[in-house]
Structure formats: C-alpha cells, structure tokens
Write a protein that binds this ligand. Structure first.
Ligand SMILES: Nc1ncnc2c1ncn2[C@@H]1O[C@H](COP(=O)(O)OP(=O)(O)OP(=O)(O)O)[C@@H](O)[C@H]1O
Ligand SMILES: [Mg+2]
Length: 253
C-alpha cells in the first residue's frame, strides 16, 4: 500500500473492564483514500475507530495497550491532549447529532473555535464548508432554521460539514448511512468518495456493497481480531483467508 502513512497501529489491544474487545491489532492506514472496516456485530469495529481519535477515553472502564501513531506521533502519551487529537481527527456517527441551534451556527461553531473571523469571513467560510458537504444548495435560503428541521440525510451532511469546519486531517465515519434512505445514502457515499481525495477517511460499515463502492482498502475483523486487510477489490474477489471468504460471500454475519 503506497503513499504516506496516516496511522500506524502496533499490537493494539483494548478492554472494557476485564473483557477484551480488540486483540493485538497491527496495521497501517495510508493518508490518502478511503479505508473501510467491516465485520459482524461486536467484532470491534467501533472500538478501533474510536481509538484513532481517543474517543474511547470517555468510556468508563476502557483501557488499551499497544501503540497508535498519527503522522508518526504516539497519540496515547500521558502529555497528549485528546482534544487536539480530536480536532485533527473528526468523527461522524450513525445517528446524526446536530446541535440544537441553527444550520449556520452548527457549522460556525467549529469555525469560531479555530479562527478569529470577521462576520463576513465567517459567512464565506460557512458557505464553503456547506458546499464541501454537498448541502449548500438545499439550505442556503434557510441558514437560520433549526438544524432539527432538516431531513435525516441533510442533518447527517450538516454533521459532516460541522466536522469539516475545523479542517481535520482525518474523518472517521461510524456507519454514517445506516439510518438513511437509499437516496440519502448515495449522497453520503458520494461525499465519502469526494472527501477521500482530500483527507484520510476511515469508514465502518455493515454494508458490504457500500465498502466495495467507496473504499480503496478494506479490513475485515472477527471477534476482536484483524483477519485480513487488503485492497478492497482483492478482499472481495480473492480473499486469502477462509473466514473472510465466508463473510464476504454472505455465509455469516
Ligand atoms: N462501552 C462499552 N462498554 C463495555 N463493552 C463494550 C462497550 N462498547 C463496546 N463493548 C464491547 O466490545 C466489543 C466490541 O464492540 P464494538 O462496539 O467495537 O463492536 P462493533 O464491531 O462496532 O459492533 P456493531 O457492528 O454492532 O456496531 C463487544 O463485545 C461490545 O460488547
Ligand atoms: Mg459499532
């Protein structure tokens, strides 16, 4: 797998209380393109995704050993500020969770955190980010509307816009389309593909077709272990492990 590496994981093991959720995972995630995590429910996909921006820190009883390097730097040293990690590594969840404020303010929130922008500059930047999230045309006449008035698919794209506003290097998606209708799903998939050209994108999905549509490479997990990690086409058409073969051909999961 070519190009610069964004994440380098070595011997990553995660526990919730006493029970192991992820076992000894080592892998490299390239900076460019889209990487998908697939596998049956409970195999550890969300756990590993949340390790990439220290989102697990807030889960009671969570501990991990091993190493996660972001651009060559360990993000789990005692002096690392998890907030600064999360600014570089944004996240979009399964259920869209816009703030209970206007469309404009949802996006402006992140911009205000990072820059001392004038009102005019802020407005321009909000437009730019909403365009990048493929939402501008649909909301430009109702920027003052409460975000919860938007459709589910629009709310999800608003959350993507909000995440983009702080200009992350990486965007993590945990089943971003599983609560959406097919058309909204397609919009989100197009966006994932588009964003993968500019930043590092990692997506967890239950939908194997979705992984094959959007991901350059795919990692298959089973019972907390990384079973196989390969270019997506290879993993789906010519898997090397029997367990992968069984999963991608729909025999379980
Ligand atoms: N907050 C938590 N507290 C305790 N155990 C947890 C917690 N979150 C996850 N686990 C456990 O860790 C294991 C991996 O869970 P994880 O959520 O990472 O799986 P997943 O692959 O994302 O599953 P799904 O496809 O259902 O979302 C499971 O056994 C799960 O029960
Ligand atoms: Mg999950």
């Amino acid at each position: 797998m070519s190009g610069p590496t964004r994440f380098s994981l070595a011997g990553l093991t995660c526990r919730y209380g006493g029970s192991v959720a992820l076992r000894d995972v080592s892998m490299e995630i390239p900076a460019s393109g889209v990487t998908a995590f697939i596998g049956p429910s409970g195999c550890g996909k969300s756990t590993i995704l949340r390790c990439l921006n220290r989102m697990n820190d807030v889960v009671p009883g969570f501990t991990c050993t091993g190493q996660v390097l972001l651009d060559g730097e360990d993000i789990y040293t005692p002096t690392t500020d998890p907030v600064s990690v999360r600014r570089r590594v944004g996240m979009v969840f399964q259920r869209s969770n816009p703030f209970p404020s206007s469309v404009f303010d949802n996006v402006a929130y992140g911009l205000r955190l990072n820059h001392g922008l004038s009102r005019a500059a802020l407005e321009l930047k909000v437009e730019e980010v909403l365009r990048a999230a493929g939402l501008w045309e649909e909301v430009k006449d109702r920027l003052g509307t409460t975000a919860s008035m938007l459709s589910g698919g629009q709310q999800q794209r608003l959350c993507i816009a909000r995440a983009l506003a702080v200009e992350p290097e990486v965007l993590l998606f945990d089943e971003p389309a599983s609560a959406l209708d097919p058309i909204s799903t397609e919009r989100v998939e197009e966006l994932v593909l588009e964003l993968g050209k500019k930043l590092t994108v990692v997506i967890v999905t239950h939908n194997l077709q979705q992984a094959s549509r959007v991901a350059d490479r795919t990692a298959f997990f089973l019972l907390g272990r990384l079973v196989e990690y390969a270019p997506t086409v290879e993993l789906f058409t010519n898997p090397r492990r029997e367990q992968t073969e069984a999963y991608v051909s729909g025999r379980f999961g």
